[in-house]
Design a protein around this ligand. Structure first.
Ligand code: FAD
Length: 321
């Protein structure tokens, strides 16, 4: 179960080495199911029995629900809308593309140094990547910075867009894509043993409205040590490796009309065993400093829903405090 199902699913989210992840930190609902019912199978049976007693309308709704959702207008429009809403709100200032270079505790609140000058703030919600936040807070509280140290996995993503005859020539199986179990890497990809694809998404089959009619979009995902190794390669070299690896699984790939290579260095913090205990200590330390909230994917979840939930709670707490 771990090798064939758990590891590929978790690698698709966290990228790194599944054997080091804390099950309580990355799969809390499953741990709760096991605790409550004695085993995952009993928990699933209990859930199925409960679903069985729901109305036909409920069951139809459940069948239509999908675990994957995104914005029709594209995920980037979430940021665009947030920026325009903030910019249109009187008495709120937003300074984009302005790196914070230092943070100091002030008599009340916090003093920030930025390229466009200093600023004093009563409350600080710090949502920089955990590595950056750690560096910025180290002079104020070295112990806090120590608790923020975390391993992170990189990702490299390559998207191939196909149109016309090239799109029609592809033989893509149904479904959202595939994940490759770790032990199958070498077997599936013997011709390129050094670079191992972790997953691929058939984007046009996963989400509506992502390609023009008749187009196809395949996204290859590299994580862990492979991604670290690929980060320094040129876009062309990465795209060639991705194409070779996809072709080894899907069959020959025609020339894409669009190729996009994206690098995400250290983008996915690894919640290793002991993470929850470390977070509890970090929380106490942050609380003691006062008027500070640490947000982002290094602490209490890496998925966007987790991050939004966490940020909302912090914003409420900051307003009340
Ligand atoms: C390839 C990939 C695929 C993913 N797919 C999904 C998915 O399908 N679903 C999902 O829910 N999650 C997904 N995730 C996870 C999710 O996207 C991330 O966990 C999330 O975007 C991280 O948000 P964040 O706010 O913590 O960090 P970021 O979005 O990186 O934000 C940090 C911000 O801090 C800014 N910053 C950095 N340094 C400074 C500084 N000195 N001063 C001021 N600002 C600074 C940066 O410019 C940036 O805007 C994926 C992640 C990756 C890498």
């Amino acid at each position: 179960m771990l090798v064939k199902i758990g590891a590929p699913l978790l690698s698709g989210v966290f990228g790194g080495d599944v054997a080091r992840l804390s099950v309580r930190a990355v799969m809390a609902p499953f741990v709760a199911m096991e605790r409550e019912h004695g085993s995952l199978i009993l928990a699933l049976e209990a859930r199925a029995a409960a679903t069985g007693s729901s109305t036909p309308a409920d069951r139809a709704g459940a069948a239509e629900a999908t675990v994957f959702t995104t914005l029709h207008s594209g995920l980037g429009t979430l940021i665009d809308r947030m920026v325009s809403t903030i910019a249109a709100t009187p008495a709120i200032t937003i300074r984009r593309n302005t790196a914070v270079s230092a943070i100091r505790r002030a008599e009340t609140g916090w003093q920030l140094e930025t390229a466009s000058g200093p600023g004093h703030f009563d409350r600080l919600l710090l949502a920089a990547p955990v590595d950056v936040a750690q560096r910025l807070l180290a002079p104020t509280d070295p112990e806090l910075a120590r608790l923020m140290k975390i391993d992170a996995s990189s990702a490299v993503v390559v998207a191939f867009g196909f149109t016309g005859e090239a799109a029609r020539s592809l033989s893509i199986p149904p479904g959202f894509g595939f994940l490759i179990p770790p032990e199958d890497h070498a077997a599936a990809l013997t011709h390129v043993p050094m670079n191992t694809l972790l997953a691929a998404t058939f984007v046009d089959q996963k989400f509506d409205g992502r390609v023009p009619p008749g187009g196809r979009l395949i996204r290859a995902f590299f994580g862990g040590a492979t991604a670290d190794r690929l980060l320094d390669h040129s876009d062309e070299a990465i795209a060639e490796i991705a194409r070779d690896e996809l072709a080894a699984i899907l069959g020959p790939l025609a020339s894409p009309s669009v190729t996009v290579v994206r690098r995400w260095p250290r983008a996915l913090p690894q919640y290793a065993v002991g993470h929850l205990e470390r977070m509890a200590m970090l929380h106490e330390r942050v609380h003691a400093l006062g008027n500070l909230w640490l947000l982002g994917n290094g602490y209490r979840g890496v998925g966007l829903p987790d991050l939004i939930r966490d940020s909302r709670a912090a914003a409420r707490a900051a307003v009340i405090s």
